[in-house]
Ligand binder design. Structure first.
Ligand code: CAA
Length: 490
């Protein structure tokens, strides 16, 4: 019964551990926070005081409630103080040797009935459980950053977990105000398997020069509706943690897309770990780069491609003169596939950019190798006048947003196809773990299975990345004329 968990130990009071301790204390449980040394313990106490202090300042907690929450948490550097805990959750760095050593100690110190949980992001819970004499009482309880905010807890059971324990821990998660999704023990579980592949892919595209850091962040935030861009999120998670998760994923899958992007290694080695070290992809003190407001000097614009008539009408309404491509100072080719073929057919190929409107706010502007910098600048100015954020990028299949989104959707289909998790659980996990407005299967339905399948084919043709090939299930559903993958839910 979840009610049997009253005293909880949290080992490791970094960002995640302190957040987890806060979640338990807010739910009325007694919490024992453990750190390796007094300095780390003080930092952990600081996290908790800071977080509850912010809630107080925002009127989310009263002074009395805050005192009550903090009063439920005691701090110690001795594992022996966990002797009476009903559950101990570990949130130390993602290094298997550290975790195995800790669980050996916890097994010795904790009462036999105690449940030992790991908050590992991707490491094998089975391997951690195997270091103890109670593998049946060891489980994964995976929270998401920031733990007090994100509603998901992945409950990870292994082949040795006692029957019923996953249910008890899921009930406990509900008592904490969280939504549990229970899964088996695979690298990355549901969320990190899908999320880190996408984040790492974004880092690889940045390295390839497809688009800039802030442009990719803006594209995914404003275009895909994600709460944060990939680089802001990598900084939040921590680049060292992200690197380790990718390593673990790669070791299990041998999928090149999981191999950590070299830029992650470089930043981690340089000590730029993200928010926790003050610098990562972004720097704390970095001024927000004001978007340059170039005034478009082009008087005459031509629009090519599907939807050209409608877009021309909008441009006319905004005061632009619509002319033939041959006479235009700026040629906009509405497309999301490479446009250089169109450019080479024009008398002035330097005047053409590819344009992909994403949602209501973003316009991807693809420069070919022939596009002049002036043309790109003029196109950006024009799009700002239309109220869109321009995302400059190279002329590559699916440009930016879809190049990142479609492989993620494909991964979700493969995950479902493998029998690891249900469509509903995958959708719930991505919405509640990452704050996405919709789960991958809801997104697939909205975009259309055929559109995504065709986009994946285009990506595969461009990059020859094996995992960009459409999942067999996706292909079959399109062939069978099935509109919604969610119709497959039993
Ligand atoms: N601790 C406690 N509360 C916090 C917080 C923190 N660190 N950061 C934000 N909050 C609270 C705020 O107080 C605010 O609460 P109220 O609405 O009650 O006032 C709420 O969260 C929203 O915060 P803000 O208005 O300041 O900012 P926002 O609206 O931009 O939201 C965000 C911030 C919640 C972080 C949001 O951007 C988001 O959901 N981002 C995605 C985060 C994500 O994907 N996390 C998962 C990463 S993967 C992972 O963690 C697993 C792993 O193993 C690596």
């Amino acid at each position: 019964m979840a009610g049997t968990f009253e005293t909880v130990g949290v080992v490791g009071l970094g960002t995640m551990g302190a957040g987890i301790a806060e979640v338990f204390a807010r739910a009325g449980l007694t919490v024992i926070g453990v750190e390796a040394d007094p300095a780390a313990l003080e930092r952990g106490r600081g996290h908790l005081e800071g977080s509850t202090g912010r809630a107080l300042a925002r009127g989310k907690l009263t002074e009395a409630e805050r005192a009550e929450i903090l009063g439920r948490v005691s701090f110690t550097t001795s594992l022996e103080d966990l002797a009476d805990a009903d559950l101990v959750i570990e949130a130390i760095p993602e290094v298997m040797d550290y975790k195995r050593a800790l669980f050996t100690d916890l097994d010795r110190v904790c009462k036999p009935s105690a449940v030992l949980a790991t908050n590992t992001s991707s490491l094998s819970v089975t391997a951690i459980a195997a270091t103890t004499t109670r593998p049946g009482r060891v489980i994964g309880m995976h929270f998401f950053n920031p733990a007090p905010v994100m509603k998901l807890v992945e409950v990870v059971r292994t082949v040795t977990t006692d029957d019923g324990l996953a249910g008890e821990v899921a009930d406990l998660a509900r008592r904490l105000g969280k939504t549990p999704v229970t899964v088996g023990d695979r690298a990355g579980f549901v969320v990190n398997r899908l999320l880190l592949a996408y984040l790492n892919h974004a880092a690889a595209l940045l390295e390839n020069g497809l688009a800039g850091r802030d442009d990719i962040d803006a594209a995914m935030k404003l275009g895909a509706g994600f709460p944060m861009g990939p680089f802001a999120l990598l900084d939040l998670i921590g680049l060292d943690t992200s690197y380790e998760i990718c390593e673990v994923l790669f070791r299990e899958t041998r999928d090149r897309r999981h191999a950590p992007a070299p830029i992650l290694r470089e930043l981690v080695t340089a000590g730029r770990l993200g928010r926790k070290s003050g610098e990562g992809f972004h720097c704390a003190e970095e001024p927000q780069s004001p978007s340059p407001h170039e005034k478009p000097s082009a008087a005459s614009v031509a629009v090519l491609g599907e939807g050209a008539e409608e877009f021309s009408a909008r441009l006319s309404g905004a005061g632009f003169k619509i002319v033939d491509p041959e006479g235009a100072e700026l040629v906009l080719a509405l497309s999301h596939t490479p446009v250089v073929e169109r450019a080479v057919r024009l008398p002035h190929p330097d005047r053409l950019v590819g344009l992909h409107l994403v949602g209501d706010q973003v316009a991807e502007v693809a420069s070919t190798v022939l596009t002049s910098p002036d043309t790109a600048r003029v196109a950006h100015g024009l799009l700002r006048i239309l109220g869109r954020t321009p995302v400059p990028c190279k002329d590559r299949a699916e440009f930016v947003v879809d190049a990142l989104l479609y492989p993620y959707l494909n991964d979700a289909v493969r995950m479902y196809e493998s029998g690891y998790a249900s469509i509903e659980d995958i959708d719930t996990a991505m919405k509640l773990g990452c704050g996405y407005p919709a789960g991958p299967f809801e997104t697939l339905d909205r975009l259309g299975l055929e559109t995504v399948r065709d986009g994946l084919r285009a990506l595969y043709a461009e990059y020859r990345e094996p995992s960009f090939a459409p999942a067999p299930l996706l292909d079959q559903l399109v062939t069978a004329g099935v509109r919604s993958i969610r119709d497959l839910t039993p």
